[in-house]
Write a protein that binds this ligand. Structure first.
Ligand code: NIG
Ligand code: FE
Length: 421
């Protein structure tokens, strides 16, 4: 690939808007950043390289969506209606709906159908500049169906220009065939499913839903032990609906992240700080289930725990296909600051995937994965709700997406089409 200097841009290389370069330049060779800095300081060795001017646009690293359940069958719009009529998320789950209804739909779907529905959710994220995304299993809850989900996640990575990290979430819910036998299901997860899927190269990390409608601390710990035996990093859905002590357990296992965390206490925050575990906040789920307990943002700040934000894209608690919308929700609902939400979807999100070296920051030697934004200021990234903002998405130095220009048929051209056609 040829050399190129990108210029006439404003650069936020680390995801921290307090650390920006106005009128910057980016020299890219073979898909990697050779140099970045103020344009006036561009070293002479790059001055003869071809140039591409970006008209003063803002550039950030590609975004990272570090917590999703993107692959699943069906959707739960019908349950949404039940919740509008007064039923809570937890009540619906206890009645055999919730996660288990998506399990039924996912088991019935074949790989092609799962691929097609997940692709329809992935594409809007990629058009927003997401360059790395985590996808969990957890709607199969038996070996073949979990394998099917993870294979679809890998197939998406082959088809689309995005890095996909898979997480095995076999311990997401108790499948009906194991009703009353949760420990036996955990045996199956630890002794059969995880080893088989890991051997097939389908698992990058392991997650557990530790909750009164999920799995106990002791069961979660068994899953973490099984992951440790395979050398796989762990994460946890922790303290989402109640304080169970999951985050502290996750920290003991040096978890990459503990996610949700609305009911997290100070002991859990301290444990996460010591372990370097990232707090992944999911404002879409908080909003969609109309949670009122806010995550302990001030404690996380005070103890210096890195905060990431993600879509949690899933059919039950966050049917979201926009990471930028999460910036707005994070600021509005959680009172996060602009630097917090921007780092939350770049460098801190990369860390929540154990991929700090690869994603979330632009620096010499690293891949030239960035987004050229159609905004006048970085604050606009968190300000607009639902407006496409990425003008161009660049991966390894190549433009992989350009915002469509003038896609609409003009009113005066409409006569060519019969009304109602
Ligand atoms: O991240 N909390 C558990 N898992 C998902 C929801 C799954 C579902 O309802 O389908 C979450 O919120
Ligand atoms: Fe989740």
């Amino acid at each position: 690939m040829s050399d190129l200097v990108w210029q006439h841009l404003n650069l936020c290389a680390s995801g921290d808007p307090d650390d920006t370069i106005v009128d910057a330049a980016l020299a890219v060779r073979d898909g990697r950043i050779a140099w970045l800095g103020a344009a006036r300081e561009l070293p002479r060795e790059y001055s003869a390289w071809p140039r591409e001017a970006l008209g003063g646009a803002w550039v950030t690293p590609s975004l990272v969506d570090c917590h999703t359940h993107l692959v699943y069958g069906g959707n739960r719009a019908d349950e949404f209606a039940l919740r509008l009529a007064g039923a809570s998320y937890e009540e619906i789950a206890r009645r055999g709906g919730g996660i288990l209804s998506t399990v039924r739909a996912t088991r019935e779907a074949d790989e092609d159908a799962l691929f097609a529905s997940a692709a329809a959710r992935l594409e809007p994220l990629l058009a927003e500049g997401v360059g790395a995304i985590e996808i969990k299993s957890g709607y199969g809850l038996e070996l073949n169906a979990e394998r099917k989900m993870l294979r679809v996640a890998r197939a998406l990575a082959r088809r689309y220009p995005v890095s996909i990290y898979t997480t095995f979430l076999g311990a997401h819910a108790l499948p009906q065939e194991y009703a009353g036998r949760a420990d036996a299901y955990i045996d199956e997860v630890c002794e059969r499913m995880l080893p088989a899927l890991a051997d097939e190269g389908l698992v990058d990390a392991v997650d557990v839903f530790c909750e009164r409608i999920g799995f106990t601390l002791a069961q979660s710990e068994r899953v973490f032990e099984a992951a440790a035996r395979r050398g796989l990093p762990v994460k946890m859905h922790a303290e989402q609906l109640s304080l169970a002590g999951g985050a502290a357990l996750a920290a003991r296992y040096r978890a990459l992240s503990a996610d949700h965390l609305e009911f997290l206490d100070e002991a859990g925050v301290q444990a996460m700080k010591v372990a370097g575990t990232v707090a992944v906040l999911l404002p879409g789920a908080y909003y969609f289930i109309r949670e009122t307990q806010l995550p302990p943002i001030d404690l996380l700040r005070r103890h210096g725990v890195p905060i990431a934000l993600a879509t949690d894209s899933n059919p039950g608690t966050s049917p979201a296909t926009s990471l930028l919308a999460m910036l707005n929700l994070g600021c509005t609902l959680f009172r996060l600051t602009l630097p917090e939400v921007l780092q939350g979807v770049t460098c801190h999100a990369a860390r929540a995937l154990g991929q700090s070296e690869r994603h979330g920051r632009l620096a010499p030697g690293r891949p030239a994965d960035f987004v050229v934004w159609q905004v006048g200021s970085l604050a606009e990234l968190a300000y607009w709700i639902g407006r496409p903002l990425a003008g161009r998405v660049v991966r390894a130095g190549a433009t992989i997406y350009r915002a469509p220009t003038a896609p609409w048929l003009r009113t005066d051209e409409r006569a060519a089409f019969p009304e109602g056609a």
